[in-house]
Design a protein around this ligand. Sequence first.
Ligand code: FAD
Ligand code: FES
Length: 357
Amino acid sequence: MTAILLMNSILFSIAILLVIAEKFLVTYGECEIVINKDKMLKVQGGDTLLNYFAQAKIFIPSACGGKATCGYCKVEVLSGGGHILPTEEIFISRKEKLKGLRLACQVKVKNNIEVLISPDLLEAQELEVTVIKIEDVTSDIKYIFLRLDEPASIKFKPGQYVQFKIPETDEFRAYSIASSPLQNNVIELVVRLVPSGLCSSYIHEALDVNDKITLTGPFGDFYLREDSGRDIICIGGGCGMAPIRSILLYLKEKGMPRKVMYFFGARSKKDLFFTEELRELEREFKNFRYIPALSEPRPQDNWDGETGFVTQVVERLMPEGSDQEAYLCGPQPMIDASIKVLTQKRVKDIYIYYDKF
Ligand SMILES: Cc1cc2nc3c(=O)[nH]c(=O)nc-3n(C[C@H](O)[C@H](O)[C@H](O)COP(=O)(O)OP(=O)(O)OC[C@H]3O[C@@H](n4cnc5c(N)ncnc54)[C@H](O)[C@@H]3O)c2cc1C
Ligand code: FES
């Protein structure tokens, strides 16, 4: 037993020494990173693709800040990336593996390397913003207004998100844009406090009016498909309100050209927000319906609206039909249950779009 323990601690120490030695002693010399066959970065090897991209102001989604826990930083590596690491396995499907997809935060550049980055991602940029207003909309959700300084405006699709850089750190977190893309000099966010969460605690406890913040973006393939006339079903919960609000404000400004039903799940009345704005939208457009559902209304709520889990309410009220598309945003269990209901209602899975967080 003692011999095994001794052997294990020797192996562990050797592993640590190898990591330290690689970090401080191994140099890989100059390496070339060729992007989309036309752009070349010359770097001193040893760091990750993600970091070299950031240094070159190429901002690809990296919601976990390079810890291999979000799976968002996928790029296609055509050559020179070495073997896929165990940390990448859970995020890369068999089909993606065959295509050469890798997590940019896990690929260390040790030699020349050739990659393909989706042209959409090359449009993401660094955004310098100033906080102009902060409001409490529930006991744990803040509504943040940011003015764009540099650049002075942003182009994004309703439903997309930005990454918020936590000051004095290299950490980023993703937040969906809650405002309309037609109001392009301001970005609004809604941020829920996650107990002991690094970024949400910073935003709730330290962020103040006039603070300067760095964002990157826009990112994400959860956005309104404008090339369709299908009726729209939106299902949201918590801060899942943000991207759906952006979609609704955009549709409002376009004259609400399509029929929209918006189901929003909350525990009790105190967890509802933007209610008056959504009711106003209902009054303005006959083809828009807002249906909040409370799972645990309190007696003092005097609630005469829908009750139960939001998916039960969707099941009860949503019409059946394959000519509909759905936008879902909220916690994973809500999304999974919603997809089941929508499938029963004959919505085609290719028309179900979602962001889980
Ligand atoms: C595409 C996308 C869009 C997003 N949009 C929004 C948005 O509009 N508003 C918003 O508030 N958040 C949004 N998020 C979530 C956000 O990016 C952060 O994950 C969240 O704010 C927690 O970050 P943190 O630094 O405070 O917590 P961390 O320091 O990252 O985490 C602290 C602890 O909390 C746990 N944790 C992390 N996130 C959650 C969570 N959501 N619920 C419960 N536990 C959690 C972690 O596992 C960890 O144990 C989005 C996420 C994604 C991927
Ligand atoms: S940045 Fe999150 S997995 Fe790479």
